[in-house]
Write a protein that binds this ligand. Structure first.
Ligand code: SF4
Length: 347
């Protein structure tokens, strides 16, 4: 593994000079419990955890914190798979089972937030891999991270598929009393059969909607990133309607649809899955994604329009592209999302 390549910039696909970890800082562990069987954890001590998003990125935030790399949620379509190749790790099963853990992330973050050079910018989490994946149940890094951000009244957002976020509910409520906290949960569809095969390590969509509901009950408005909408598998009008209706019933403050995109690293893995589970769709996908990683604009626009119409029908506030913000009662409705995709890992 090329630990010397674990640089701040390389998390976003760019080469950089300064190494983030030394090879001697790696400890490898396995746990013989059912939930972690077959998974290897690589514990590293990070020198920096605040990552600056490259200027050319289309992401709607500038700073991220990612305490983990690799994700046991194992979504077949996850575009973050590519980032595992920077470590000489496999982007298929390796991404799902070889998890890098920055064990000192809370301490390093606290130090960085206290630096005179830090300007107090918004910090986004869950943008590369899920910070509430199963490993978080054991390593418990997020409580320290949230506490550090709260101590500095530093605005932040979290995007997740993990119900584990409710463990930190009190901390999130406390943080929201001193700074802006934005939580988004990713729910692309409700279909149980599809969920079991394409997002095999994630909590069920209904459980994720329970997270939305519970956060709302505790005064933390929660948006839903309806991602990915999977062409020919979760995009027919009845499926879109059922999903948006359930999102509305959970009390989401916004819904932002995002059609599946297939970047290198994820594309091969997804197409192999498609050939195994839905072989009759392979040719249609090759045609739909013939131009590259994104579905054609007409397709993206159609999905966006349909979801926004349904959101209006079910009374969900329209969403702004990117992470949903914490909604205060007096805030005006936000502008609707455009068809331009946001480059998240489709959490
Ligand atoms: S899409 Fe998100 S939850 Fe799924 S594997 Fe990737 S990082 Fe994990």
């Amino acid at each position: 593994m090329r630990w010397e390549n674990l640089t701040e910039e390389s998390e976003h696909g760019r080469a950089a000079d300064a190494a983030l970890f030394g090879a001697d800082a790696v400890t490898t562990r396995t746990f013989d419990t059912p939930e972690f069987r077959g998974i290897t954890f690589h514990e590293v001590r990070a020198r920096s955890v605040l990552n600056r998003v490259p200027g050319a990125s289309r992401m709607p935030f500038e700073w991220t914190v990612n305490p983990y790399r690799g994700c046991t949620h194992a979504c077949v379509y996850c575009f973050a798979r590519k980032t595992h190749s920077y470590l000489d790790l496999d982007t298929g099963v390796g991404f799902d089972t070889q998890i890098v853990v920055k064990v000192n992330a809370p301490d390093v973050l606290r130090r960085q937030l206290g630096s005179r050079r830090w300007q107090g910018d918004h910090v986004a989490m869950g943008t590369n891999v899920d910070c509430y994946q199963r490993a978080e149940g054991r390593y418990r890094l997020m409580p320290g991270i949230i506490s550090a951000l709260t101590e500095h009244a530093n605005p932040f957002s979290i995007l997740t598929k993990g119900t584990l976020i409710l463990r930190d509910l009190e901390l999130l409520v406390r943080a929201s009393e001193v700074t802006d906290v934005g939580i988004s949960v990713s729910v692309g569809f409700l279909d149980t059969g599809l969920w079991r095969t394409v997002e095999p390590g994630t909590p069920a969509p209904e459980r994720r909607l329970d997270v939305v509901r519970t956060l709302g009950e505790h005064g933390i408005g929660c948006g839903v990133l309806m991602a990915p909408v999977i062409p020919f598998l979760s995009d027919d009008p009845a499926q879109l309607r059922a999903t948006v209706r359930a999102i509305a019933a959970a009390g989401a403050t916004s819904v932002t649809p995002l059609a599946l995109h297939l970047r290198p690293g994820a594309r091969e893995w997804f197409m192999a899955w498609l050939a195994q589970h839905h072989p009759h769709l392979v040719r249609r996908y090759e045609r739909l994604y013939a131009e590259g990683a994104y579905a054609p604009k007409w397709y993206q626009r159609r999905i966006t329009r349909q979801v926004h119409e349904l959101a209006q029908e079910y009374g969900i506030g329209p969403a702004r592209a990117g992470l949903a913000r914490r909604i205060r009662p007096a805030e005006p409705a936000q502008a609707p999302a455009g068809p331009e995709p946001v480059q998240l890992s489709l959490l």
